[in-house]
Design a protein around this ligand. Structure first.
Ligand code: NAD
Length: 471
């Protein structure tokens, strides 16, 4: 037996936001490779197999076309995990790695129990040598733990572990996968490690230029992913910190972003001020980085990165407080329309969305929240509120204060205020003049994404407050 050089079959464990789109693109670009995507969640798999492509479990522009192209040809979704493991020469682990909610490292460290379960299952089931690829975002040196488990549980098979973190952004997953800035592959320096790296390089080389495929030592690859997310989130927190100062001084944060972004050393991307970043990754990955720093006895480094998350929390609470302050110090019984619930546009993902925390703060002050989001379901919003409730009573209270709308106008009709929580393009196109006429006066708009034109909104008679826009 030997580490496979040529890959005929890939199996990916985890059919989520990363596993689904990533494997769909690999299958589309490598028609000669069979790609299985397996998951323990039968409902998710059923949705991936739905003949109605609008019912895929994940909304991403362009995804349904890719699935339509490859599904049933060389892309298969199933709950047969053991069979998938046996059949494949290369196995991707793309399961969730949430923040631990219990025990040592609670609230900070990544919970690796799902990854560990996968490693044990692979070792138990595999009959031949395999390449195991970490696609999930993992703390540095996890590959060593995976290797130890694989070796301890196996029946003499060899495994090579690679790190291949995913850099796609939700909302642009397909274009990011088609044209990645880089693909990163980390592996061991020994001969088998190099064979494994080459096998994965050959897959990506079907559509990614070789100079954009970076190969590194395994620890560097693992730590690069956490570092990339920490740097991205840091930029958002930095510009958000300046937005608070803008509001006190009358400066305009968008003008500042434009001015500093023109400096080629800074660059224009990721400088948009907002109510705060969300998504399943930034907060979890930074907290994980903080935990690692403290674990390796680097408290000053940990404190430095933790401030990025603290600033983000501050921004969400500051936004909610501004709404309460502006509405004459109480929102009790007032109708507040929420435009958007997803953490960003072009996705139905709501994990860690700023909307959840702003709604929680406002409902603590007994506001009536009326939500419209083009892609997020009522059931998902209720689940999100449950997660942030501290007790059953609080959850019940919030359920009585939240209202759902299938279209935007009823959400805003006779509202005291509108809060823009997601930057969906359609919000910009609304007939704002008509909306103003149907609201209670003064009609407030709190633009948490700075997508509306301040001058126009003021001209229509709104009291417009953007993030970092001064008075
Ligand atoms: N979402 C993103 O934008 C993004 C981007 C880059 C990296 N990542 C990382 O990728 C990983 C996956 O993220 P995601 O957003 O796809 O998560 P997700 O929650 O959408 O999907 C994970 C899937 O794994 C399945 N799963 C869990 N344990 C399993 C097991 N033992 N066997 C089979 N299936 C199992 C779950 O049922 C779920 O469907 C995480 O580590 C995340 O940090 C996410």
């Amino acid at each position: 037996m030997a580490i496979p050089k040529k890959i005929n079959t890939i199996t990916c464990i985890g059919a989520g936001y990363v596993g689904g789109p990533t494997m769909a693109v690999i299958a589309q670009k490598c028609p000669e490779i069979k790609v299985n995507v397996v998951d323990i969640n039968p409902k998710r798999i059923e949705a991936w197999n739905d003949s109605d492509l609008d019912k895929l479990p994940i909304y991403e522009p362009g995804l349904k076309e890719v699935v339509a192209d490859a599904r049933g040809r060389n892309l298969f979704f199933s709950t047969e995990i053991d069979e998938g493991i046996r059949e494949a020469e290369m196995i991707f682990i793309s399961v969730n790695t949430p923040t631990k909610t219990y025990g040592l490292g609670k609230g900070m460290a990544a919970d690796l129990k799902y990854v560990e379960l996968c490693a044990r299952q692979i070792a138990r089931v595999a009959k031949e040598d395999k390449i195991v690829v970490e696609k999930s975002t993992l703390p540095v040196r996890t590959a060593q733990s995976i290797k130890t488990i694989l070796e301890a549980e196996s029946n003499g098979q060899q495994f090579k572990v690679l790190s291949n973190p995913e850099f796609l952004a939700e909302g642009t997953a397909i274009t990011d996968l088609y044209n990645p800035d880089r693909v990163l592959i980390g592996g061991d320096e020994d001969e088998n490690g190099q064979i494994a790296i080459q096998a994965l390089v050959d897959i990506y080389a079907h559509w990614v230029r070789r100079e954009n495929i970076i190969t590194t030592k395994i620890w560097s690859s693992e730590l690069s992913k956490l570092t990339a997310n920490a740097f991205l989130a840091q930029r958002i927190s930095s510009v958000n910190a300046i937005s608070a100062l803008c509001e006190r001084t009358g400066a305009d944060v968008d003008e500042i972003a434009r001015a500093i972004g023109a400096d080629s050393r800074i660059g224009p991307k990721f400088l948009k001020s907002s109510v705060g970043f969300g998504g399943s990754c930034f907060q979890k990955d930074i907290l994980n980085l903080v935990y690692l720093c403290r674990h390796f006895n680097l408290p000053e480094v940990g404190d430095y990165w933790e401030q990025v998350v603290k600033m983000n929390d501050y921004q969400k609470h500051r936004f909610a407080k501004q709404i309460i302050d502006s509405l004459f110090n109480t929102v009790s019984g007032k109708k507040i329309a929420f435009l958007g619930w997803a953490f960003k546009k072009d996705t139905n993902d709501t994990r860690e969305s700023a909307a959840i925390y702003v709604a929680h703060d406002l409902m603590s002050d007994l506001a009536e929240i009326h939500v419209y989001d083009p892609k997020v379901s009522k059931e998902q919003i209720i689940k999100d509120l449950k997660i942030v409730s501290s007790s059953t009573e609080e959850f019940e209270k919030m359920q009585s204060l939240i209202h759902f709308h299938d279209e935007p106008y009823s959400a805003m009709n006779e509202a005291h205020a509108i809060a823009v929580l997601t930057e969906w393009d359609e919000f910009i196109q609304y007939d704002w003049q008509k909306i103003q006429k149907k609201m209670l006066k003064p009609a407030f708009v709190f633009d948490g994404r700075n997508i509306l034109d301040k001058d126009k909104m003021n001209m229509f008679g709104f009291k417009y407050k953007g993030i970092g826009k001064g008075e």
